[in-house]
Design a protein around this ligand. Sequence first.
Ligand code: ADP
Ligand code: MG
Length: 347
Amino acid sequence: MTSVEIKGISKSYQPGVPVLKPIDLKIEAGELFFLLGPSGCGKSTLLRILAGLVEPDAGSITFNGREITTLPPEKRRAAMVFQNYALWPHLTVFENVAFGLRVEGADRARIRREVESALELVQLADCMNRRIPSLSGGQQQRVALARALAVNPALLLLDEPLSNLDARLRDTMRHEIRRICKERRLTALYVTHDRQEALSMADRLAVMQQGEIRQIGRPEEVYNHPECRFVAGFLGDANFLEGEITPAGKFRSHFGEFALENPSGCTPGQRITAAIRPERIRFVDTPRPGSFRARLISRTFLGESCEWKLDADGLELTVTESAAPVRVPGESFELEFQSGHLVALRG
Ligand code: ADP
Ligand code: MG
């Protein structure tokens, strides 16, 4: 298994337009690590730098402590799975998967063994002799994955590998890719703009914005304790509240005073933004310490949950509930923040 360390990697394609500000990142051996961020934030560029397809302006990359920054792609054993699969349509499944091994000069017996094992892993062993155009999108995606796995890579790089699949197949493939990475004990770096994909699959993830990493952590950590407005909003729906820190270290908004999950680092008198997820606000039957009133504006049925919009003294709040009773818009209700879920943001 390979650990990867990225130190001070930066890149501009045009002078004065940095695509990657210096990036530092450590990926543990055997980890399925995600880079999550909006389109254009530099994810693919970082992945291509790791693969050796793009040269960084500065910085270093090590695999297991060994510097590989200037090694050509074929010497790094970093295999990439592309969004559009990049398969050869005129070759069979077998030949596509064998490609990397032939480049390496592997003998026939090894090629057969590795190709069969990779196709077994992606559950395509019986499609070996099929041609690419006769396969479904999902099957083509598996072939691309098998091709990367066949060379027994030190690092598996996946660039939005599921974005061309329909929703149901994406779900299945999420599980499959995670299972395969764990079964093969692979170190993998997976790039996506899809938060559900990152939250459901990652061991850890880094949230990127405009060439910078804004936060790194386990999915629950980053989702529940976002450090800035961007991360809070990118990982899910969030309510943002403006307010001030009281002498007792509480958060005072115009409709009440609330305990913060992370008061350390806040100073009395400081103006801050705090965030709370819609599913962490609940309706309560009677007023109690920390509860407040809000007027119901609207209801949206979302299938597995119901989304309410409420007006808390001029601030619009979004609240979601999984099993929601009937409530009439225009009426007022008592709400409270679930303790431990109102977080102070640092920017
Ligand atoms: P992401 O994968 O997060 O969408 P990219 O790394 O593909 O982001 O792109 C980051 C920025 O760099 C974008 O503004 C993109 O237009 C620019 N860019 C990417 N590749 C090139 C290139 N080969 N030449 C010039 N600009 C590029
Ligand atoms: Mg990209």
